[in-house]
Design a binder for this molecule. Structure first.
Ligand code: ACO
Length: 330
């Protein structure tokens, strides 16, 4: 018997205000055609004044707990992947823990920008398989609108706000002595994370508590990020498949980080996957950083595309650079 981390529920939340490309064009020197053709984005959601990352995280978490059919008191670890916490400290995870009425367990944030959810998945899986946590609430939540330079049209049109969450629980599963049972059971089969700090300056925020005592704004060399994303995502996908002795054709759904449709198309092409096996939400949500994978996952689970037993490949790349993947049997 082995402990396997099973995702038993998911949920997501988007702010009320939806801003189309056309609406954005009224205040930013841009147009729908440019944004659509370069990124696939049609609209994004923007948090209301006074609505914080923890509020989005809480709403997504409540939905995930409801979907899992469990009470917050059963959670013993809350992990929040975010680059846009309410405050420098305490962590947004502790705020969510409190708002859920939890007085038990532990809570912390993870900072891996757009790869945050995959980093969180790896962390949750390891805590569970080591026996240090039984049931983890993993959240990806962002208010990226607050760190955008709205005078920089090359970046501000690409991002949005939102949150997604999953409940992950350890379950004992039988594994065959030849290891063949490994891939058929439900849960997280493996996670793979990487970083390379040498490219920190192609995607970063030009402020912070220690350096400028300000929050700062997102800065990006789009072309360089694009180039690294295509290369790193292709290699991480292969790494995940090889580790599990699986073929590209075994994957039922690609659930990628939603940065840019062209990056997603390129990864799908390398996998030989048709568009109808790729969960695409970047058109409606834009890039919500750490929230994008759980938002996409929840969308495809709730509309019935992702079914029990399906094999999902989750992958992301973000600032750092950081990148990673997870294979999950739903
Ligand atoms: N509207 C209209 N014109 C614009 C806009 C805009 N919003 N932004 C830039 N332009 C103009 C520029 O001024 C420039 O004009 P010029 O040629 O007259 O100087 C021109 O468009 C630049 O266009 P391209 O070079 O064709 O831009 P490119 O094809 O490189 O696309 C983009 C830019 C979309 C940022 C692309 O590089 C990209 O997708 N990079 C990946 C970045 C990404 O997805 N980051 C997300 C965060 S990282 C992550 O999550 C993985």
């Amino acid at each position: 018997m082995k402990i396997r981390s099973e995702i038993i529920g998911c949920g997501s939340y988007l702010p009320e205000r939806c801003v189309s490309n056309d609406e954005l064009s009224k205040t930013v020197d841009t147009n729908d055609e440019w944004i659509r053709s370069r990124s696939g984005i049609e609209q994004r959601y923007i948090a209301a004044e006074g609505e914080f990352t923890s509020d989005l995280a809480l709403a997504a978490s409540r939905r995930a707990l409801e979907h899992a059919g469990i009470d917050a008191s059963e959670i013993d670890l809350v992990i929040c992947a975010t680059t846009t916490p309410d405050n420098t400290f305490p962590s947004t995870a502790t705020k969510v823990q409190h708002k859920l009425g939890m007085t038990n367990g532990a809570a912390f944030d993870i900072q891996a920008v757009c790869s945050g959810f995959v980093y969180g998945l790896a962390t949750a899986d390891n805590f569970i398989r080591c026996g240090q946590a039984k049931t983890v609430l993993l959240i990806g939540a962002e208010t990226f609108s607050r760190i955008l330079d709205w005078t920089d049209r090359s970046t501000c049109v690409l991002f949005g706000d939102g949150a997604g969450a999953v409940v992950i629980r350890g379950a004992e599963q039988e594994t065959g002595s030849n290891g063949k049972g490994h891939n058929s059971g439900r849960g997280i089969l493996s996670t793979h994370i990487h970083s390379d700090g040498s490219n920190y300056d192609i995607l970063y925020v030009d402020g912070g508590p220690s350096s400028t005592q300000t929050v700062g704004h997102l800065r990006m060399n789009g072309r360089e990020v694009f180039r690294h994303a295509v290369t790193n995502l292709a290699s991480i996908v292969d790494e995940a498949l090889i580790a599990n002795n699986l073929d590209r054709s075994d994957i039922d759904w690609l659930v990628p980080h939603q940065a840019n449709k062209r990056i997603i198309d390129s990864t799908a092409k390398k996998l030989g996957m048709s568009q109808d096996k790729v969960v695409l939400t970047v058109d409606k949500h834009a890039n919500t950083s750490a929230a994008s994978i759980p938002l996409a996952l929840d969308t495809a689970v709730k509309d019935g595309r992702i079914k029990r037993g399906d094999l999902l490949l989750l992958e992301a790349m973000g600032g750092g650079l950081t990148w990673g993947a997870g294979l999950v049997r739903w």
